[in-house]
Design a protein. Structure first.
Length: 288
């Protein structure tokens, strides 16, 4: 195996699952999250298709609209084949267990690549986040949390490269925790993989979009959880550890967590379960 083939393998999460073959795992994942998201949309009071920006895909969904206005809020940002797949319509699988514990949940939608560049996608997520900070403060919510999976974790991290520093401190203090699951924080290796046929990144552009290499500004009170699965590619584990070290080095509160016996896909699927380690972690953050 030459070096480029090795990089391709390391950054192909479907090849590391122990549950299914690579060609099966993605389809199984989509089937699961589609069903769970359908049930959330059917059973949880919600307001869907709320625009936050000028383009068609810049919409968000708010779940738990019948909960008290002071209820805590969790934002969730999906990933999907390096910003090319999935969507908010099938990404509300995290909703039900949090709603049962009186959390509102907001699901971000965004334009996928190649219709939008990754920089444009980041700009959309930053717009959505600012909109949600305003919403949380205006409704009197007592706390806000942001969670991302896979490429969604990179997008969440981008908030702290740009828009977070523009929020007045009194408003920014509503953010209490950030949960980054199976994220990618150094995009430079992607320039040597098949996904770059779509992303069209050079080394300079990839570095600019890599949270590992960019300035990072958050409130000191925010707690970060950098999470990976035990059965992930070593590249994802190493990048998560490196990003955790960066946060610690900058003086932020960060914990690195390896969830046992899960891969890149069921680490997200189990967000549908009330007793799942990550769901319990989010719920417990209200006690910090």
């Amino acid at each position: 195996m030459n070096r480029n083939d090795e990089i391709e393998w390391l950054f192909s999460p479907s090849r590391w699952s122990r549950r299914y073959r690579a060609e099966e795992i993605v389809q199984k994942h989509i089937e699961f999250i589609t069903k769970a998201s359908y049930l959330a949309r059917k059973c949880v009071p919600c307001q869907l298709n709320i625009p936050y920006g000028p383009t068609d895909k810049e919409k968000l969904d708010i779940f738990g609209t019948n909960l008290p206005p002071e209820s805590p809020i969790v934002i969730y940002v999906h990933g999907g084949d390096y910003w090319q797949e999935l969507g908010r319509e099938i990404s509300s699988y995290i909703v039900t267990p949090l709603y049962k514990n009186e959390f509102k949940v907001i699901i971000f939608g965004y334009t996928l690549s190649p219709e939008a560049t990754l920089q444009q996608i980041q700009d959309q997520i930053n717009r959505a986040f600012l909109r949600c900070v305003d919403y949380a403060n205006s409704t009197g919510s007592r706390s806000l949390y942001v969670c991302g999976h896979s490429g969604g974790s990179q997008l969440v991290a981008s908030i702290f490269q740009s828009s977070f520093s523009t929020i007045p401190p009194d408003s920014a203090n509503i953010l209490k925790g950030v949960i980054l699951i199976s994220g990618i924080y150094d995009l430079i290796p992607l320039t040597k993989t098949r996904v770059n046929e779509i992303l069209q990144l050079d080394t300079t552009g990839a570095r600019k979009l890599s949270p590992l290499y960019q300035p990072f500004i958050a409130s000191q009170g925010v707690v970060f959880f950098i999470i990976v699965g035990e059965n992930e590619s070593p590249a994802f584990v190493e990048q998560s550890e490196a990003f955790h070290r960066k946060l610690k080095g900058l003086g932020y509160k960060s914990e690195f967590i390896v969830v046992k016996e899960v891969d890149h896909f069921d680490i997200a699927e189990q967000l549908n379960e009330e007793n799942y380690e990550i769901i319990r972690l989010i719920i417990s953050m209200e006690d910090y």
